[in-house]
Design a protein around this ligand. Structure first.
Ligand code: PMP
Length: 348
């Protein structure tokens, strides 16, 4: 059974979060002399002299409608990378607790745990890139506080077993983080539909992929309000800057642009799979529910170096366990994919 109080680090229960005068004051005011801002204006034409809304209320309201969740089930981070770090800091006691990851997977779970001096227990995926449930349950111990599941998984690109994740949500007494950075490109539905059912579920998404806003640094975590409140209490007060909030609102008001880009990326993914499958050097193309494709070839390092020489950069994953021989290739525009295909055809 999941009980937030049992996994929240004890010193955080008494923590007094930072609060500004604007949190404490709820009426209307015309003059703000509370935050030592520059009252005159900004050193650029646009005005950014006032601190942004620390709780990003307008963004969350709009996002809640689109994601079919409540605003108080949303946490926004400076990229999902900030959410990963805060989740570890909320629940894992350094030198005592551990998190479980399922490699090959996204690198920041391990990096963030390492920075926080939290042990990482690795339970590799099966050879066909799925959850090894028996091994996973066998590795959970009393100090396991968080399990990170990347779905669709990076760098393999596939979707993981929904029933395995559900069983974990039902039986594990810590938090299950389902990182859905690539969900818009997947054929399955988001786990956000289980938020009301599982108090230990945290779903992460990002504006960096489908929305095309990687430079804004805006990540989302969806969870039960109790977990969201914890993340809000330990985050830096103004973690989402004003420009990012404005641009996110703009993007959310034009969701169809994102949808069109996703549709185009899915078409291009098929085109690229077709082009790659005609190449002799390609041994295997793994199924993808993301905006990248994992491709196995005989001499990935040589191909990688050759492509660099041709000014095309892909990701070499050939040293990663279970991805031996593989390059991870992001789906580009048709023009970019075409150049890649031509360069690979010219390889000898
Ligand atoms: N999760 C996964 C699975 C990713 O692949 C990435 C970025 N490559 C992130 C999270 C980080 O996203 P953000 O840009 O929101 O920090």
């Amino acid at each position: 059974m999941f009980e937030l109080d049992k996994i929240l680090r004890s010193h955080l229960k008494e923590l007094e979060p930072y609060s500004s005068a604007r949190d404490e004051f709820s009426g209307e005011a015309r003059i703000f002399l509370d935050a030592n801002e520059n009252a005159i204006g900004s050193a650029i034409t646009e005005q950014y002299n006032r601190y942004p809304d620390p709780y990003q209320r307008l963004v969350k309201e709009k996002l809640a409608g689109i994601k079919k969740v409540k605003p108080d089930q949303i946490f926004l981070g400076n990229g999902s990378d900030e959410a990963i770090d805060l989740i570890i800091r909320a629940f894992c006691e350094p030198l005592e607790d551990n998190v479980i990851i399922l490699p090959p997977t996204y690198g920041m779970y391990k990096v963030s745990a390492g920075i926080n001096n939290v042990a990482v227990v690795q339970v590799p995926l099966t050879a066909d890139f799925n959850i090894d449930e028996t091994a996973l349950f066998a590795h959970i111990n009393a100090n396991t506080k968080v399990i990170f599941i990347c779905n669709p998984n990076n760098p393999t690109g596939n979707a993981l077993s929904e029933t395995s994740i559900i069983r974990l949500l039902e039986q594990f007494s810590g938090c299950v983080v389902v990182d859905e950075a690539y969900i818009d490109f997947a054929s399955h539905e988001s786990f956000t539909r289980y938020l009301d059912k599982y108090p230990n579920l945290i779903v992460m998404q990002t504006f960096s992929k489908a929305w095309g806003l990687a430079a804004l640094r805006l990540g989302m975590a969806f969870a039960h309000t109790a977990i969201i409140n914890v993340l809000n209490r330990i985050k830096p007060p103004y973690n989402i800057n004003g420009l990012t909030q404005e641009k996110a609102l703009q993007a959310l008001s034009n969701e169809s642009i994102k949808n069109t880009m996703v549709a185009s990326t899915l078409q291009e993914r098929e085109w690229l799979i077709g082009a790659l499958s005609e190449l002799e050097m390609v041994q295997k193309i793994y199924p993808s529910d993301a905006n990248f494709i994992l491709v196995r070839m005989e001499d990935p390092k040589a191909v990688y170096t050759y492509l660099i020489g041709e000014m095309v950069v892909v990701r070499d994953r050939s040293n990663v366990h279970l991805c031996e021989g593989c390059l991870r290739i992001t789906v580009g525009t048709r023009a970019e994919n075409d150049v890649l295909a031509q360069k690979l055809r010219a390889w000898s």
